[in-house]
Design a protein around this ligand. Structure first.
Ligand SMILES: [Cu+2]
Length: 102
């Protein structure tokens, strides 16, 4: 019985990992593209800085703050549902939004 429950749990974990996605956001010309993305809890957002200067992806609610140097990628795993607005600390009019569903 316990083994069966454990097996079901492993299957559930495998299923949720299989669903997790990596969503790419390109930074170019002082903008996040796409500016708005839809994701699920457990997904990863990967920013690619293709611009000529460094940027950040900084969540307004303080959940994460990532420095993204030129020609690098940085990742954040989304841990909570809800809408997250983020910006670049160096260029505050660079704004992005992530709508995270469960
Ligand atoms: Cu910037």
């Amino acid at each position: 019985m316990a083994a069966r429950t454990f097996g079901a749990l492993l299957l559930a974990i495998a299923a949720s990992q299989a669903r997790a996605e990596v969503i790419h956001v390109k930074i170019e010309n002082l903008a996040f593209t796409p500016a708005e993305i839809r994701a699920h809890v457990g997904d990863t957002v990967e920013w690619i800085n293709a611009d000529f200067i460094a940027h950040t992806a900084t969540a307004r609610d303080g959940a994460w703050d990532v420095l993204i140097p030129i020609n690098t990628t940085r990742r954040v795993v989304l841990k909570a549902e809800g809408t997250v607005t983020y910006f670049c600390k160096f260029h505050p009019n660079m704004i992005g939004r992530i709508v995270v569903a469960e």
